[in-house]
Design a protein around this ligand. Sequence first.
Ligand code: HEM
Length: 140
Amino acid sequence: MRVLVLAALAMLIVGCMAQPKPEANLFTRIGGLPMLARLSNQTLDIVSKDPRTARSFEGVKMVNLKQSLTNFLCIKTGGSCEYEGETMKNAHADAHITTAEFEIMVEVLRERMDINGVGTKEKNELLKILAPMKRDVVSG
Ligand code: HEM
């Protein structure tokens, strides 16, 4: 009896050890809010000054936009934040963003992820989340 109990216990322990640990969500793996805020701030600082993309940011309160983009990226990567902004379609409709502008912004974000040490897997996951938004952001 004792042997049986011990054997069952051993099987239970081995079984538990064999369970793969569930992977943390992208929000956690990418570095949480500090990393998302850094990526959002740096990307917006660059695209709002780059002559190829600056025009839509004229007159926009950049502090608010940075905060809003950070919260947006937070919820999209699985973090628990409040995003109270517009839909992507409404937020960008008036600016008539072009495909070229969209691609420059994605490229800048990709570079910032590299520079800030985001892993390749996490970088690609975030880009994959953002790519389909092109159809709502671009209307120019
Ligand atoms: C996947 C790409 C993009 C994402 C995820 C994104 C995300 C956002 C978010 C979350 C907001 C804030 C909306 C709100 O608070 O109501 C916003 C606003 C804005 N975005 Fe984007 N954006 C993207 C691409 C672009 C591009 C390519 C440009 C221009 C080059 C751009 C220019 C703007 C501007 C100017 C605003 C402020 C609009 C306003 O306050 O009137 N965005 N975007």
